[in-house]
Design a protein around this ligand. Sequence first.
Ligand SMILES: Nc1ncnc2c1ncn2[C@@H]1O[C@H](COP(=O)(O)OP(=O)(O)OP(=O)(O)O)[C@@H](O)[C@H]1O
Length: 483
Amino acid sequence: MSSEATEAPQGAGSLADRITKPDESKPTDAPSTGNEDGAPANHKGSELAEPDYTVEVKLSDLQADPNNPLFSVKSFEDLGLDERILKGLATMNFRKPSKVQERALPLLMSNPPKNLVGQSQSGTGKTAAFVLNVLSRLDLSTPEMASSPQALILAPTRELARQIVGVIQIMGQFLDGLVIGTAVPADSNARTGKMDCSVVVGTPGTVQDMIKRRNLNPAQLKVLVLDEADNMLDQQGLGDQCIRAKAMLPRTVQIVLFSATFPAHVYRYAGKFAPNANEITLQHEELTVEGIKQLYMDCDNEEQKYQNLVQLYGLLTVGSSIIFVRTRTSAIEIERRMVAEGHTVASLTGGVEGSQRDAVIDSFRNGDAKVLITTNVLARGIDVSTVSLVVNYDVPEEYTQNRPSGTPDYQTYLHRIGRTGRFGRIGVAISFVANRGEWEMLRKIQEHFGCNIERIDTNDWDEVEEIIKKTIKSSRAQSSFKN
Ligand SMILES: Nc1ncnc2c1ncn2[C@@H]1O[C@H](COP(=O)(O)OP(=O)(O)OP(=O)(O)O)[C@@H](O)[C@H]1O
């Protein structure tokens, strides 16, 4: 295990993290299984090549539509944020809050602090909502305070923890003295360090361990945030770690839980974890993001899934895409086959050392790698605005006793497809269906969310190309977001 503190004004490129060997025994990478991992690599931030043509739907139009999750009446100035934080937001080109930001911030920032359970669709800006509260609550008046952890943010994976660190670095860049620490599993040869920093972002197991070893002093903590909270609280490994970590914190800590999904049983538990919390919730039918076009392709068998993917690959040259598969083994195997056939793809699974994982995600973020094959480890939270296509190579499925159960994993479906269509952009999600079981699961998913998952005919690749290119093109057009 190791730890590292990062001075704030460094920009998102200089993420320094800690890493640990992932659990090799787990068959899949569902964040649910409690994997933790990652390490530093050149990270140029998530702003990729901007499109060169004009926008059809403007962000300002979306933010002016009361039915859109990006809608707001207020400005960031109206929300009573510190000037230096407003300056940070301006450098990120955030002009107006989204709905969840507008609703959550007054609840989060009021005094005495109250807990919050907040839900909002994928890609609608939940990170900024909790980061702005954290930054607003920091006391950086003396070097001693600035180096005492005052806020702790927990995320299920190292990739997400590192991404949140990147956001805090940019948003908090004008706050003198701000120091951010990343507490994620270290590579086997990394050293342990003390967390002398104002904000710590990490994965629950590593944080718990650091507190136990007295490398992280929780005495001054004022805020605890659980990002992807339903996942963190539902899963045995992560849930236990979160509960133990919370037990080591001051009783007065403000508890903030955010996710796009809160299945009923977890929601009830969330209420116990964060007692007397303010609540921001969504109705079932509000969960899907309108900008994501959901499609499926029939495949005769597993081999045809692969052949379809290779066919699709030819259409993936615009934008970036993420291919979700069920197991680490199939991710590696598909990567091996595609690379052997001359295609450029990368894979990221929990089965490798953190530093290698960091190198892969960083190259995907900066656009060097455009096609990423992965497992559920990246299903949640990852924000890469150029992702215009998500492929569910395998329909996401619940596991019972380490075996696929035949029941669809509704939440994971929503999180996976939510890697595209970020903050009003348009994206395509295609699910491959190779047998009756997968077809049935997809049908249930459609019914569950009341959405429309359209079939595309693989006998007509020209039409497939037409559909995808059309959507991806408008996605690129939108991604410049002229206000
Ligand atoms: N007010 C804003 N104005 C413009 N862009 C914003 C604003 N708020 C957030 N964004 C951008 O929207 C994108 C999605 O935000 P974020 O990653 O916080 O979504 P999320 O709600 O946490 O999604 P998920 O549920 O998938 O984790 C990010 O690229 C972020 O920079």
